[in-house]
Design a protein around this ligand. Structure first.
Ligand SMILES: *Cc1c(COP(=O)(O)O)cnc(C)c1O
Length: 434
């Protein structure tokens, strides 16, 4: 499988987590599924560490820091792995802040993004002393000034620039076009810097840009970074020194072997190098997906094979509540049987979950070796935006998550118990008026 996805021109695509389709990070998947009921998210620690190392090597020579986009995979064990590797966190909520701190990420390595930071969230982040706020609106800038003043601190802030660049990705994960809700135009940002003295408790000395996710091509990054670089130079000339440029995340991964051709991380780093040449400050990156997606798989068993009038359905014990990407973005995930002998005759299936929605479909018209009830399947590249987007829809408990590391495994989230699922719910007994 490594040979199939890694061309010589693309050394970075070779960091695939799967040793083959039966083992991941030295752990036999059939045995794992025997011990821990499916559906089950498994992540390779080695593969994540390898990605971190590869990215660091590509960035050698730059004063660059990596802040993992927590929303991609907020499991505490993953965040702890990041913290131990010296990786910071890019957070978008108070919950992600708490998770990051809990996992041992130092506040000085945390940046806070998002269009809807509330006063409480900003106050909480100020009190622990996070590194930087990526500010997305004038209203937020005023709020940050007020709250920082109240705490008698000075908050470091970057303006999130909306560079009006088309990332050529799925519409629901594009964030850098002027019609998207994210960031502000360069014209607006220019006014903020001109009015800097109105914000004595905000050190506005950073620029931030994040144009979208699952970007497979260097060009949108180049364009966005060029626009940011032109603006940075203009600001410096106008007497507004810039200490930090945050280039966001968005690096794409291979979801479909042989089709998706992710941009080599060395080319990505080269684009940053080139666009920001001469920049003396710190460069921040916020990769999410690229660090963890291909390190994870969703293990699931076939509940039954259901012949239909037009199609044959493979009904799995995993569903859209465990992995939303196919139903939400029509995303492709490679799906393969976990079996030494995949000798069954090739059969075409629609691969679906048990949830009562037609959208609960992982794949249509996939050819697999003929399957029977009980067969174990792998849904690949589910380490990012998999468990993190899971829900209990149809009152299905959240699946277990397991971290694998060189032949060993640790349960890092046990399957949710029914009591946990309904915790906080109660009959309407205590009626009140507001
Ligand atoms: C989601 C997000 C990221 C991470 O995006 P990936 O595509 O997972 O790398 C980084 N920065 C911001 C501001 C985000 O919203």
């Amino acid at each position: 499988m490594q040979a199939a996805t890694a061309g010589p021109a693309d050394p970075d695509a070779s960091t695939h987590a799967l040793d083959d389709d039966a083992t991941l990070d030295g752990v036999d998947l059939e045995q794992l599924a025997h011990r821990i009921a499916t559906p089950l998210h498994a992540y390779s620690a080695s593969a994540i560490r390898q990605r971190i190392d590869t990215l660091r090597q590509a960035l050698a020579g730059l004063d660059a820091g990596i802040c993992f986009a927590v929303k991609a995979n907020p499991n505490l064990a993953i965040l702890q792995l990041m913290a131990e590797a010296g990786v910071g966190a890019d957070i978008v909520s108070a919950g992600e802040l708490q998770r990051s701190l809990h996992a041992g990420v130092p506040p000085g390595r945390i940046v806070f993004s998002g269009v809807g930071k509330s006063a409480d969230e900003i106050t909480g982040a100020l009190s622990v002393g996070i590194a930087r706020f990526n500010v997305e609106s004038l209203d937020e800038l005023h709020l940050l000034q007020r709250l920082a003043q109240a705490q008698q601190v000075v908050a470091a802030a970057a303006v999130r620039i909306n560079p009006d660049v088309d990332a050529h990705t799925h519409a629901k994960i594009s964030t850098g076009k002027s019609e998207n809700k994210f960031g502000v135009s360069i014209d607006e940002a220019r006014c903020w810097f001109a009015a800097r003295s109105m914000f004595p408790n905000v050190r506005l000395d950073g620029l931030h840009v994040h144009i979208g996710s699952q970007i497979l091509d260097a060009e949108p990054f180049r364009l966005a970074l060029q626009r940011v670089a032109v603006f940075w130079r203009e600001l410096e000339q106008a007497g507004h020194p810039i200490a930090s440029i945050d280039v966001g995340g968005g690096l794409g991964v291979c979801y479909r072997a042989g089709v998706d051709q992710p941009l080599a991380v060395t080319d990505y780093a080269a684009a940053i190098h080139e666009a920001l040449s001469g920049f003396k400050g710190r460069i921040l990156l916020e990769p999410g997906r690229w660090l963890v997606a291909e390190a994870g798989v969703l293990l699931t068993r076939v509940i039954r094979v259901k012949p239909g009038v037009e199609r044959c359905f493979l009904v799995l014990d995993a569903a859209m509540n465990d992995l939303q990407r196919p139903s939400l973005y029509d995303a492709w995930h490679d799906i393969v049987p976990v079996r030494a002998d995949a000798s069954g005759s090739p059969t075409t299936y629609d691969i679906v979950g048990p949830v009562c929605e037609t959208g609960d479909t992982f794949a249509r018209g996939r050819v697999l070796p003929e399957c029977v009830a009980g067969d174990l399947l792998l849904i690949k590249a589910t380490g990012a935006y998999g468990a993190s987007m899971a829900s209990t829809y149809n009152s299905r408990p959240l699946a277990a998550e397991v971290l694998l590391d060189r032949g060993r495994y640790a349960v890092v989230r046990r399957r949710q118990h029914f009591d946990e699922m309904i915790a906080g719910e109660q009959p309407a007994r205590h009626w009140q008026t507001p």
